[in-house]
Design a protein around this ligand. Structure first.
Ligand SMILES: Cc1cc2nc3c(=O)[nH]c(=O)nc-3n(C[C@H](O)[C@H](O)[C@H](O)COP(=O)(O)OP(=O)(O)OC[C@H]3O[C@@H](n4cnc5c(N)ncnc54)[C@H](O)[C@@H]3O)c2cc1C
Ligand code: SF4
Length: 334
């Protein structure tokens, strides 16, 4: 498949990139590692007038450890994150998520954390060649007026399939977003609109510049579990991340985020309230699994390579595994 024609800009400062974004906006997406965007261009899912490459902007790469947080700049390669010793020490679930992405040779060295966070949500009826899509007709995401996966639906249900998203949200990550209107911060968990056709709360003149992960105030644990069809080069079909700080046998802080259900990750607040402040037991973990399944039943549609029912069930299983892992529970899946 050939690429369409577009102008290529490779500014060497963030200011120049933002000026281009200000002028070209939605006509010119950001090109980070390109491992997702290039596939979209080849499949003619986008045909932009230009792309703005981040490759020459040194200030958008690197990891900085501060007194209260670790800051990862948006164009930092995934491999750099996986081998950073501070991230390995404080955020091991992020290392696990990064190491789950695609194939090491491609995604780890070319793919970036910003590109993974802003990964376009996926749908088996959309992420196909133009030829394949012609036979199916258009949908909300390709200029049509309906959803092929859930006819009659007013918006798109394509799926947030990025490995790092639930983990960054479970670590209470904060994004810095820069644009012509200045710089703003937003929690990772609030960055998603819940609509597949316009998945992120970001305007065409803006880009993500960094992700701030607050350092835990006491020894903490974290866990990430995902279901894939293969052990590599495969997007997650169900994934969940949990973080906890235990004190005196009780869970002092607890956060649980489920993803790969719909266009946005879901913070399972009901489960957080159940576990926080308690000495959890097997029955509580079973309750959390059922909460995750109930949430998934309201969100999942028939648009991935596994059936809707199996995805709902496995979202419950992945959630229970993440919770058991983070709280140090043994025991079989149910
Ligand atoms: C075969 C294959 C397997 C894959 N498997 C996985 C997988 O298992 N898990 C997974 O999560 N992903 C997977 N991916 C998708 C992709 O490789 C990764 O998500 C990767 O991290 C994307 O990063 P990138 O830098 O290459 O993004 P790019 O392709 O450069 O960008 C992705 C999107 O993010 C936007 N973007 C990039 N940076 C910014 C920024 N700073 N601000 C605003 N917008 C931005 C781009 O405009 C684009 O829309 C796979 C891809 C392929 C082709
Ligand atoms: S979920 Fe529906 S609207 Fe969205 S890409 Fe798939 S078929 Fe199109």
């Amino acid at each position: 498949m050939q690429l369409p024609q577009f102008d290529y800009h490779a500014p060497d400062t963030l200011e120049k990139a933002l000026a281009l974004k200000g002028n070209l906006g939605g006509m010119a997406p950001v090109l980070a590692g390109g491992t997702d965007l290039i596939v979209h261009l080849k499949q003619r899912l986008f045909s932009p007038a230009a792309v703005i490459s981040l490759r020459n902007i040194k200030s958008l790469r690197g990891i900085e450890t501060r007194a209260d947080a670790i800051v990862i700049r948006a164009a930092t390669p995934l491999a750099e994150i996986a081998r950073d010793t501070s991230i390995q020490e404080h955020f091991p679930a992020l290392v696990k998520a990064v190491n789950s992405i695609g194939a090491t040779g491609i995604q780890a060295f070319r793919g970036t954390i910003g590109g993974n966070l802003c990964l376009q949500p996926r749908c088996i009826l959309y992420n196909q060649s133009r030829f394949w899509r012609t036979g199916k007709g258009s949908c909300h995401r390709t200029g049509g007026k309906d959803c092929l996966a859930l006819p009659g639906s007013e918006s798109c249900h394509s799926v947030c399939s990025a490995d790092t998203v639930p983990v960054l949200a479970a670590f209470s990550g904060q994004l810095t977003i820069a644009g012509s209107g200045g710089v703003r911060q937003i929690p990772v968990s609030d960055f998603f609109t819940g609509k597949g056709e316009s998945p992120f709360k970001i305007t065409p003149d803006e880009m993500v510049t960094e992700i701030r992960l607050p350092l835990p105030w006491a020894p903490a644990s974290s866990a990430y579990h995902r279901l894939g069809m293969r052990s590599a080069v495969d997007f997650p079909l169900a994934n969940a991340a949990a973080t906890a700080i235990m004190q005196d046998g009780k869970v002092e802080t607890f956060r649980l985020v489920i993803s790969s259900a719909g266009p946005a990750p879901v913070v399972l607040k009901e489960a957080e309230a159940l576990i926080r402040g308690n000495k959890p037991d097997g029955a509580m973990i079973d309750q959390v699994r059922l909460m995750a399944r109930r949430m998934a039943e309201g969100v999942v549609v028939e648009n991935s390579s596994i059936s809707k029912d199996y995805r709902i069930k496995m979202l419950g299983v992945m959630t229970a595994r993440a919770v058991k892992d983070v709280l140090g529970f043994a025991g079989p899946d149910r």
